[in-house]
Ligand binder design. Structure first.
Ligand code: ADP
Ligand code: MG
Length: 365
């Protein structure tokens, strides 16, 4: 654990009967950090959050909050703020009383309650709504009240479990930014759970990718997208081409990969120097990093290909092309360059050495 860590999870394991939902997870969250736990449904995200909140006990391992062990503490003793999808406002209480509730519970003086509620109402842009009842508010406004109630007493940690899942897309995007801004302003350490990769990329300082109860990678959004450390992460976040081949040469951060028809391409090996020659690996490249090349000289790698399918997605056209190796590659062409591609046309695909990297096939482990 490092100095300044706000939350540390050490070798946490959770069994439900014989089923291991959380498998030896260790994780340190920094003070003020917004960390998202991202993973497919059933990967153990909510289970991990419940362990932190104290709604479930660990089978083994420890949890520390601000350097104090809380593993055995009851949920209410942990003082953690929480916001879930069904935010369960008290229907018979006004907005003011809903937000004041945790303060009254903690016996704050009346004047301080009025001040704190008023401040937080401003922060969530609901000053005008203090005397309304929850049913007189929109879904987004209700969610803001629930957020205000969760943070009004300055909890040491805020936990969010798919809090925006019930909102429609535009409102969800707006709320993502709003929660992020409030979180930054208050500097409150936050752990959020989602299966929505876009939400994770938008809101997080770091993302922890979970799969089958285990952590696959913890990193900044940018690093996860640009340098996924394994096949699961590469395929889970964004779209990616994975082209099978073999590592046949390497020197100073550059690798040479032989594809199916013995065509050799160069790849970025910067963080993969330990890979042995003749390892079976995938060439990994994002669709937006492949170009329809005008001439061979401009690119470190070029391959000829035939356009098999065009999929219009608004700002771009996705081009599925069969390469001369017989393998398929998807290219994302900006819509303004659409005229460079047509069904059945032979094209030259080009990409730079930095645009492609290698990952090992780890899904059989
Ligand atoms: P996620 O939030 O990532 O969708 P969960 O943590 O809710 O995943 O669940 C992980 C796995 O643990 C799932 O297979 C789920 O069925 C199982 N599980 C969750 N809660 C319980 C429980 N109380 N009893 C038994 N199995 C559970
Ligand atoms: Mg869940």
């Amino acid at each position: 654990m490092q100095l300044g860590d706000s939350l540390s999870i050490v070798n946490a394991t959770k069994y439900y009967g014989k089923f291991k939902a959380v498998d030896n997870v260790s994780l340190a969250v920094n003070k003020g950090e917004f960390l998202t736990i991202l993973g497919p449904s059933g990967s153990g995200k909510t289970s991990l959050l419940k362990l932190i909140a104290g709604f479930e006990g660990l089978s083994s391992g420890a949890i520390l909050l601000n350097n104090q062990e809380i593993t055995k503490k009851k949920a209410y003793e942990r003082e953690i703020g929480m916001l879930f999808q069904n935010y369960a406002l008290f229907p018979h209480m006004t907005v003011f009383d809903n937000i004041a509730y945790p303060l009254r519970l903690r016996k704050y003086p009346k004047r301080e309650i009025a001040e704190k509620v008023s401040d937080i109402l401003k922060l969530v842009h609901l000053e005008e709504y203090a005397s309304r009842f929850p049913k007189q508010l929109s879904g987004g406004q209700q969610q803001r009240v629930a957020l205000a109630r969760a943070i009004v007493y300055n909890p040491p940690l805020l936990l969010l479990d798919e809090p925006l899942g019930a909102l429609d897309k535009n409102l969800r995007h707006q709320m993502q930014l709003e929660i992020k801004h409030i979180q930054e302003k208050l500097g409150i350490t936050t752990i959020s759970v989602t299966h929505d990769q876009e939400e994770a990329l938008t809101m997080s300082d770091r993302i922890c990718v979970m799969n089958r109860g285990r952590i696959e990678q913890i990193d900044t959004p940018q690093n996860l997208y640009q340098k996924p450390s394994n096949r699961f992460v590469a395929e889970f976040i964004g779209e990616i081409n994975l082209i099978a081949g073999e590592l046949v040469g390497k020197e100073a951060g550059t690798g040479h990969m032989k594809l199916l028809n013995r065509h050799v391409v160069t790849v970025d090996l910067a963080d993969r120097d330990e890979l042995a020659l003749n390892t079976s690996v995938y060439l990994a490249i994002r669709p937006e990093n492949v170009q329809i090349a005008a001439d061979q000289a401009a690119w470190a790698n070029t391959l000829s290909a035939k356009v098999k399918e065009l999929i219009y997605v608004g700002e771009a056209v996705k081009v599925k092309a069969e390469m001369e190796t017989g393998q398929e590659l998807t290219v994302k062409v900006p819509a303004r360059d659409m005229q460079t591609v047509a069904l059945g046309r032979e094209v030259l695909l080009g990409w730079g050495r930095q645009d492609a990297y290698v990952i090992v096939d780890d899904q059989g482990r």
